[in-house]
Design a protein. Sequence first.
Length: 134
Amino acid sequence: NLDAGLWNFQTDSFDTVLLAQTLQALSHPDQLIDEMLRVGRKGIVTFPNFGNWKSRVYLSSKGRMPVSKFMPHAWYDTPNIHFCTVRDFDALCKEKNIRILERTVVDLKHEGSLSMRLLPNLLGEIAIYHIARS
């Protein structure tokens, strides 16, 4: 249960801690990121980017929470309780004084493009961050 934290790991137990496609399902994702960077000097975090244009168009045109291959659950049965965008995660890192070593965004085929690098919040479907303690 990641919501309980990583109390069973000592500080600096690992070089890198990975949190893949889980951030949005945690009760307190900000606290787990703190724990990640306590247990490891660096972290890799991936999450579905809710700021993607497809989510925006779906929500604005249908007036309902998006359901797709990207987010396959209805709003009432989704494990995703904290939708996050690239901009949201950037702001969280700034607020917590976390260094972003590298950020990339990809589509559902895990492919990137120049346009995604230029407009990551709008075009990226999956965000991938390499972060470290400051």
